[in-house]
Ligand binder design. Structure first.
Ligand code: GDP
Length: 361
């Protein structure tokens, strides 16, 4: 039987005669605005000039997972390295709600008012799971984010903690080359990310809240040990007395820790990020530490060992990435994983087989 749609009289799919397209409605739209693709030297010159737009785009290259972007980023970093290093790098940690963003806004405003340039970066461990950053968000630091001499960048969100931390470490290089003399690296005080931050800063600040006065707030011992200073926030209004008690408790607790390699005795200060009371003292202490460690050469010793640490970290990360991105390995991984889960093969044997396969390629 003949299909009705093949009948000559059938009009269902016939094409109507077209009409003339009207001109573009917006008379001002003369060209398509596309993000400019700068050359490496344009990037480097822009960064050295302190051009924030170019700096932001270069950081986007660092954060990109694309191979060609990564390559370009590495070349830019290399060319910027001779101009980097001249800054004070401060790590800031504290549990959510301790007042990190309020404090950074307060510290930051004082820093930019004194004529310095501040970059606020972040390492956010939660972003790996939630694929969204909760730190370094511009909306959290409203006043600071509109300052001409402040650059706020949320945490790079993709990849392992090591990968995220490396990207922040590389961003520091570009920011320094762009003339930022103060770098804040913020993280949530809950775990491993502190070690990563510690490995890229000169001074490590731990923010604690004015507590109920009877317990040290669930902060991990390791983080307390790393801190060059504990600052008790929210020392304002009715909290003043409590803040003093909390301060005394932390001072006592710090006595129990071994001394710092730097020769510096960690201090405990109270302040209010909200009212600004005690903020100048906190900043003054940071600069005092820098002067102290520069005088006893610990400053350069620490920076050198950090550079070594990042060399090994980069190697580890690249090796791991290559291994897991390998197609053969990816196919074999799920099979081996299944066998391990079913007790058909030991985890060590599975790892050995996978690595042997990788090296043989
Ligand atoms: P973050 O999660 O660590 O970044 O903390 P936020 O800066 O967002 O602060 C958490 C809450 O504590 C907010 O409601 C702030 O208004 C409040 N807060 C922060 N700093 C102070 C302070 O110095 N004094 C008082 N009273 N409240 C503060």
């Amino acid at each position: 039987m003949k299909h009705p749609e093949n009948d000559k009289k059938y009009k269902g799919l016939s094409v109507n005669k077209g009409i003339e397209q009207p001109p573009i409605v917006n008379p001002y739209r003369t060209r398509t605005i596309r993000k400019k693709d700068y050359s490496i030297s344009e990037y480097v010159e822009g960064i050295l000039r302190g051009d924030m737009v170019i700096l932001s785009q270069a950081v986007t290259l660092i954060e990109s997972a694309r191979f060609d972007h990564q390559q370009k980023a590495q070349e830019i970093i290399e060319k910027c390295l001779p101009y980097a290093g001249e800054s004070v790098r401060v790590g800031i940690t504290g549990v959510p709600g301790s007042g990190k963003s309020t404090s950074i806004e307060s510290f930051g405003m004082q820093i930019v008012r004194s004529g310095k340039k501040l970059a606020v970066l972040a390492i956010d461990p939660s972003s790996e799971r939630s694929k969204g950053s909760i730190l370094g968000d511009k909306t959290r630091m409203e006043e600071l984010s509109i300052q001409k001499n402040a650059f706020i960048r949320p945490s790079p969100s993709a990849g392992s903690l090591g990968g995220v931390a490396r990207k922040t470490r590389e961003t520091i290089v570009l920011c320094e080359a762009a003339g930022f003399d103060t770098i804040f690296v913020e993280t949530v005080g809950v775990g491993q990310s502190e070690t990563a931050v510690h490995s890229m800063v000169d001074f490590f600040l731990l923010i604690q809240m004015t507590g109920g006065g009877d317990e040290l707030q669930g902060i991990k011992r390791g983080i307390m040990e790393m801190a060059d200073c504990i600052i008790i926030n929210k020392a304002d209004g009715d909290n003043m007395e409590k803040a003093k008690i909390t301060q005394a408790q932390y001072k006592n607790a710090l006595h129990l820790f071994p001394g710092h390699e730097s020769g510096w005795n960690p201090e405990v200060l109270t302040y209010s990020g909200l009212t600004g009371r005690g903020v100048p003292e906190v900043l003054e202490m940071v600069y005092r530490y820098i002067t102290f460690t520069k005088a006893n050469h610990y400053f350069e010793h620490k920076r050198a060992s950090q550079a070594k640490y990042w060399m090994y970290e980069s190697i580890n990360e690249q090796l791991r990435k290559r291994f897991y991105q390998n197609e053969q390995i990816q196919k074999m991984l799920s099979i081996k994983e299944h066998q391990v889960l079913n007790n058909e093969i030991s985890s060590f044997a599975a790892a050995h087989e996978l690595l042997t396969k990788y090296y043989k390629q």
